[in-house]
Design a protein around this ligand. Structure first.
Ligand code: AHM
Ligand code: MG
Length: 345
């Protein structure tokens, strides 16, 4: 038993004493960690319980829902309901805002989540994850108006994710660094394994779905072509490429050893605004990346400053090692913006 490592509760209570993290936030994070632990076991036993495969429904994104997408959503929702300060939930799998309070007040929380990220990996037994973000209200809001949950990423007080891989990781920030926990099989406890995760400024590893090459805009194509040109190209070094098809895993790798992750808008997804969703995918990851010393941008704007206009809005994302992301931002700056589209292809 790893008794020498602080448990999640011990760590959060220290955070409460030193950084003023509220007790209710500590309880909420414990409830979310419990939801993730239950989701991990549902995934592990999925083929015995008949939980793999399609649920026969589609979500608001028009994507076919897996049975485990629905199960994970219900676990997140159920456990978040334990906290009386949660006013509303916004889930990738649910079209409308789920209001838990009729009159949300100052200090209440809104929780945004993608209960199962990368769920196309499920049926082939590859890793997946969950992502969450918490905003605290600084004013009372109207529960009859779903637009009141449209908050900039800068309003997040906490963000995190779980990785359901060979080990289960739980990584969080409450605004004072990024800290990683591992679930101990047997006791079920989350114990601290990585304090102050920091992304190296430089990298020679990148992650992008290269099958979309023909749809990319010029700055992305320029960056990719430079990376694959190797030692004789403009970068003068060899790059490694990784793509797991689950952003959580790619971001976990970047938080662990550096790198850059790109899901840009391109000519095939531009009408939808990109691929990844702002409120429960891009914003929490952007907070984690910035807290770990990295950079998170659309190519032209800081992700955390983007004003959301709808709950399931999509956004182009470029995350990771500071120097590398700045280089890509430079390519966008040099590239003219065409009329009617964000970037020329
Ligand atoms: P999901 O939340 O519906 O699983 O979709 C998001 C996922 C990301 O985790 C991942 O980076 C991307 O979609 C994979 O897309 P692609 O199918 O282009 O590889
Ligand atoms: Mg997702």
């Amino acid at each position: 038993m790893p008794h020498d490592r602080p448990t999640l509760r011990q760590f959060l209570l220290k955070d409460y004493r030193t950084h003023g993290t509220e007790k209710d936030l500590v309880f909420l994070l414990e409830d979310i960690a419990t939801a993730c632990r239950v989701i991990a076991s549902r995934i592990r036993n999925g083929s015995f319980a008949g939980d793999l495969g399609s649920a026969g429904s589609t979500n608001i994104q028009g994507e076919t829902q897996k049975q485990l997408d629905v199960i994970a959503n219900d676990e997140f929702e159920g456990h978040c309901r334990n906290c009386s300060r949660v006013a509303a939930l916004v889930s990738e799998e649910v079209e409308d805002v789920i209001w838990l309070k009729a009159t949300p007040a100052v200090g209440d929380y809104i929780v945004y989540f993608d209960p199962l990220d990368g769920s196309s990996n499920l049926d082939v037994n590859l890793s997946v994850g969950s992502i969450f973000s918490i905003v605290q209200l600084t004013e009372a809001i109207d529960a009859s108006d779903d637009r009141t949950v449209l908050r900039r990423g800068t309003e997040q007080i906490c963000a995190g994710y779980a990785v359901y891989g060979p080990a289960m990781s739980f990584v969080i920030t409450t605004g004072a660094g990024v800290h990683g926990f591992t679930n101990h099989l047997g006791s079920g406890e989350f114990r601290l394994v990585s304090r102050d995760m920091t992304i190296p400024e430089e990298t020679d590893e990148f992650a992008i779905n290269a099958s979309r090459h023909s749809s990319w805009n010029q700055p992305i194509r320029r960056y990719f072509d430079e990376c694959v040109a190797g030692k004789d190209g403009p970068r003068g070094k060899t790059f490694n490429m990784r793509w797991t098809a689950s952003m959580v895993l790619d971001i976990h790798r970047i938080l662990t050893r550096g790198g850059v992750f790109l899901y840009p808008d391109d000519s095939a997804n531009r009408a939808q605004g990109g691929k990844l969703r702002l409120l429960y995918e891009a914003n929490p990851m952007a907070m984690l990346i910035e807290q770990a010393g990295g950079r998170a941008t659309t190519g032209r704007d800081r992700i955390l400053d983007v004003q959301p206009t709808s709950s399931h809005q999509r956004v182009p994302v470029i995350f990771g090692s500071k120097a590398e992301v700045e280089r890509i931002e430079g390519y966008f700056e040099e590239s003219p913006v065409s009329v009617g589209a964000q970037d020329p292809v």
